[in-house]
Design a protein around this ligand. Sequence first.
Ligand code: ADP
Length: 589
Amino acid sequence: MKIKTQLRLGFGFLFLVVLAFGLLSLYYINRISTSARVILKDNYESLTFVRQMRHIVDTHALPLGIKQQEDFARQLEKEKHNITERGEAEAARQLSAAFGRLTDPAGTVSGRQLALSSIRTSLGTLDRLNMEGIVRKNNEAGEMARKARLYLAFAATIAFLILFTFIINFPSFVTAPLNQLIDGIRQISRKNYDQRLSFDTRDEFAEVARSFNVMAKRLKEWESSNVAKITSDKLRIEAIIEQMNDAIIGVNEKQEILFINNVAGELLNLDKEKSAGSDAYELMQKNDLLKNIVESEGKAPLFKIFANGKESYFQLDSHEINVHAYADAGDETLQVTSRPAGKVYTLKNITQFKELDEAKTNFIATVSHELKTPISSIKMSLKLLSDERVGTLNAEQRDLLENISEDSERLLKITSELLDLSQVETGNIQLSFAPVDPKQIARYAMDAVKLTAEQKEVRLELISRQNLPKVNADIEKTAWVLVNFLSNAIRYSAEKSKVLIHIQESGAYVQFSVRDTGKGIEEQYQKRLFERYFRVPADGKNASGTGLGLAISKDFIEAQHGEVYLRSELGAGSTFGFRLPKSNAQVNS
Ligand code: ADP
């Protein structure tokens, strides 16, 4: 039954209960008031008539006057028309007869006396009958009022019980299904699509439950189809990851292995099926490569691993993974947040690039080596040509020879720099360490650039204290670096300026620095200055440089466990320097 109908019936029934109670009350009130009216009309009036008639006969001497007779007759007449009690008609007739005799003009005195006493008797009878009537009717009314009280109390109790039951049950009749519905909606908002509602009724709530169940079913179907799509997408992504040439390892936020692709499985020598889900830290104890990968902590080291039947190079890359998450915000809504879900490590196979790089380095090494001999023979020929014994040269020819000599000198410098670089890159750099006096290195370098400095009238000044500790270094390579710093300083300084070479002790190191008062270097270029082939753009026009000198210097110094540094200010000059570890040998005197 529909709720509307149920409500109508319920309220209709209540209305009927109230109506029945009202009608019952009305009925009894009516009955009681009717009894009162009857007493008043039937008996009380008769008593009044009787009293009036008695008053006439009691207060007047016989024979009665005309007026008294008329009054009496009038009251008598009224009484005759108000006969209500059994025996009252008979008494009225006797009264009427006695009154006739009393007022008979031919009557005697004694006859009148008898009539008067007969009148009194009849009036007494009438009095008694009506008094008895009043008592009886009063008793009847009392009985009725008692019954009315009983019935009304009974009806009121029934009505109270019905209303009470109604008041108790009606709110839950409405709220119980509503609460179920609210609960169902909350479950749905928490993605619990298996939630169903069932009401054993045929009302509107049952319809709501049916619609709710259809909605939950559809949502579940929708989610299942989404899950199917996500599953197929996942399989596709897994296939892509599987087929990649790079090794990929996924680790979740609890440090459990999520996946390992084929290449990673082969490289790490791990069974990818068994490893998935296992603890990364446990696996690391047995697998050094995995340990190095996981402990790389954001650095990107290069791994040399034997793979594909040869030495291969892999560059490590790691990414933090953040995914969307649904958080329960309060008890009703879901909030989208982002939470860390682990890390993905990729080992990119760069063997091919390494091989190409090696080929390039070897090529440079071969070419620069091969060029050295013809350049040396050119220099030899130039020397012969400039000898007077071979033949005299005119001024123009001498100039040309000088130019050729300068160019071959430059070519030789370039080729030897390229050769040095290739040696560093291939790891073929030969270092012969020995405890060396730092000042010896400085003097060696200063001698090498002396001529160039003199040409430019640049003054070289060495500042160092006596008894400096020796450094553990390859004297030639270190001097090469110092020569490079000095020739740069001279080249980028103004004529007649000063270049300072400063050697001092600094902790476990000895520090060499070359300070010029040249043009300085812009801050944006300072970081890149030690990169291969890098030159400050404005100096590009200076054709003699290769941009390799500082890069090789850095490699030479680092190969000797030292480090290079640079301080420069545009317009105020630059200081290039390096530190080398002190030797354990005794201090030089
Ligand atoms: P290059 O053979 O070109 O001199 P370097 O590696 O020695 O190669 O130097 C790289 C670049 O650094 C130079 O081209 C120059 O622009 C800049 N540079 C080096 N030393 C100085 C210096 N003392 N003052 C200003 N710039 C310098």
